[in-house]
Ligand binder design. Structure first.
Ligand code: FUB
Length: 327
């Protein structure tokens, strides 16, 4: 399957249906001399583009709306504009993005526009109490909005084991909890304020349960534990939290009855793609369900030069997502 965008490298696609079209909010990968490491330093991005398309027919054109936000316009950022997401509420469009602040700590920022294609004007400070990476904002049917976030290793989630606002520098780098009886760290969630620019409550840790035990997934269960790339969608009234397992390279999902969980592990959505990272979004468009994701086919396997792809996904009669193979 061909990448959707070939004139630049794009990754971590967050897709939404706005005004009857598909809008894609991806990371914008770029060439760098920084050597590959497990801290992700080579993912050295400095701006965001937005893309749109009226159809997911492979022949349909995808419009590049150009640079909609850049690092030099965000006062608190020092580097690494990583995986973004967007949301719509009360007539405005919001772009959420993680980046390192001037102290090298990942925070999550927000930028606002009147249009889905931007340009976006950033707030001068990150969201108070935000940390780590990969924000995904889900607006529920009742209008309440929730931000899911977090990522291990270079994404620094493991640095917050002592509490939401306590950064433990000892845990920086490609580290995570491990050992007999130790549960995996959970992704995080917080409801957003009505103006979509702050957390309305304390950040909570999400629990992903193993179906066979009813207990949280073990830290050493790298085939199933949360690593990064949160996404939330609703299907037949259930909440589907999906994510990447990082070093085992799967996209997985877990199902629950509330936006806060707990969620029970449901299976794999996508087997490993070419490239280290895997990151996605799931959206319903014209009555079919679509998985947006990325791989490194266009760059011939360079991990930090990725390209966005899309493929249809299917549910069985019990609401299980059928596992797809990369194409
Ligand atoms: O694009 C940079 C990082 O790589 C993202 O934040 C992660 O999810 C991984 O895809």
């Amino acid at each position: 399957m061909a990448p959707l965008i070939t004139h630049i490298y794009t990754a971590d696609p967050s897709a939404h249906v706005f005004e009857g079209k598909i809008y894609i909010y991806p990371s914008h990968d770029r060439e760098t001399d920084i050597q590959f490491n497990d801290n992700g330093d080579q993912y050295d991005m400095v701006d965001y583009h937005v893309f749109s398309t009226e159809s997911l027919d492979p022949a349909a054109p995808v419009t590049d709306h150009g640079v909609v936000l850049k690092m030099e316009d965000i006062p608190w950022v020092s580097k690494q504009l990583w995986a973004p997401d967007a949301a719509f509420k009360n007539g405005k469009y919001y772009l959420y993005f993680p980046a390192r602040d001037k102290q090298g700590i990942f925070r999550i920022g927000v930028a606002v526009s009147d249009r889905p294609e931007g340009p976006f004007t950033p707030d001068p400070e990150p969201i108070k109490g935000s940390y780590s990476i990969d924000p995904a904002v889900f607006v529920d049917d009742d209008g309440e909005a929730y931000m899911y976030f977090g990522g291990l290793w270079g994404g620094q989630l493991q640095c917050y084991q002592k509490g939401n606002n306590i950064f433990d520098a000892e845990w920086q780098g490609p580290k995570e909890p491990s050992g007999e009886g130790v549960y995996a760290l959970g992704p995080r969630v917080a409801k957003l304020t009505d103006d979509m620019r702050q957390f309305a409550e304390d950040v909570r840790e999400i629990v992903i349960l193993a179906p066979e035990t009813g207990k949280p997934i073990a830290a050493d269960d790298h085939d199933r534990r949360f690593f990064e790339a949160s996404w939330m969608h609703k299907y037949n009234g259930k909440y589907y939290f999906s994510y990447s397992t990082g070093d085992t390279h799967y996209l997985c999902y877990a199902v629950g009855d509330s936006p806060y969980g707990p969620f029970t592990y449901g299976g794999r959505i996508l087997e490993p793609v070419l490239g280290w990272t895997t990151h996605h979004s799931i959206v319903e468009f014209q009555g079919r369900w679509w998985l947006f994701h990325h791989d490194c086919e266009l760059s011939k396997g360079v991990d930090h030069l990725r390209s966005v792809k899309v493929k249809e996904i299917f549910y069985d009669s019990e609401g299980r997502i059928l596992t797809e193979k990369p194409e």
